[in-house]
Design a protein around this ligand. Structure first.
Ligand code: 6PG
Length: 227
């Protein structure tokens, strides 16, 4: 596990874009799967990433989680990722596919099966964020999805936020590379507690064989033990 601290959000986006492009290039000669994080922090990284030297025709992009809303809803992670990156590069995007009257559980099951067709035994690179409550993807503290040990992708009801679809701990911990993007003072407290091993969903990700990198800015790193 490594922690790389950048000055501010702009430097973080630059650093993250080159880090991700470098990881993608290590899989030259075969298709690469790239799980995209949602929320607001990754947007600047995606905007930088579209200007990097990457053979996007060999990249399969998917969502590490999504809000159960129409794909053009302002809250949709799919929309954010398309506007910031996917509409600008020739990658294949495996979207979740919200439809009226469709059950989130059915969509999650179908997406889980679809993902296994793009993985070469395991996800290659998965980008993740972290909330101030220590959640990652849509694995929120105290929610059912944290108990799931068999599915790859699951629908998770989050009180106050509604239905979410999310990669499970099982799927995330199969990833070859996990890259967390975390910025801002609001995350400083929980980041130091997660890195100290306190019980948060983000602490449970990266406990397997994955290569784990935390890309953070100075504000988020403010409470980390310098040593
Ligand atoms: C989501 C995310 C979620 C996000 C964190 C951090 O759909 O909301 O995938 O896990 O990464 O909530 O969000 P911010 O980057 O907006 O702080």
């Amino acid at each position: 596990m490594r922690i790389i601290v950048s000055e501010g959000p702009v430097e973080l986006a630059d650093r993250a874009a080159s880090h991700i492009a470098e990881l993608i290039s290590t899989y030259e000669g075969r298709r690469v799967s790239l799980g995209l994080a949602g929320g607001s922090t990754p947007r600047a990284t995606y905007e930088q990433l579209r200007n990097t030297e990457v053979d996007w025709t060999a990249v399969d992009c998917w969502l590490s989680d999504e809000r159960w809303v129409p794909r053009d809803d302002p809250d949709s992670n799919s929309r954010m990722a398309r506007l910031a990156l996917l509409d600008h590069v020739p990658a294949v995007f495996h979207d979740i596919g919200w439809r009226k009257k469709r059950l989130p559980q059915a969509a999650a099951q179908e997406y889980s099966a679809k993902l296994e067709t793009i993985f070469d035994e395991a996800p290659d690179i998965v980008l993740l964020g972290m909330g101030e409550d220590g959640h990652t993807a849509s694995l929120f503290p105290g929610t059912d999805a944290l108990e799931d040990t068999s599915s790859g992708y699951i629908a998770n009801f989050v009180p106050g936020k509604g239905w979410r679809l999310t990669a499970t701990l099982g799927l995330l911990n199969r990833a070859r590379h996990l890259v967390f993007l975390v910025a801002g003072t609001g995350k400083a407290g929980v980041l130091s507690r997660v890195l100290n091993g306190e019980p948060f969903p983000s602490t449970l990700v990266g406990r397997g064989h994955s290569d784990v990198t935390w890309l953070v800015d100075e504000a988020a790193a403010a409470e980390l033990d310098p040593s």
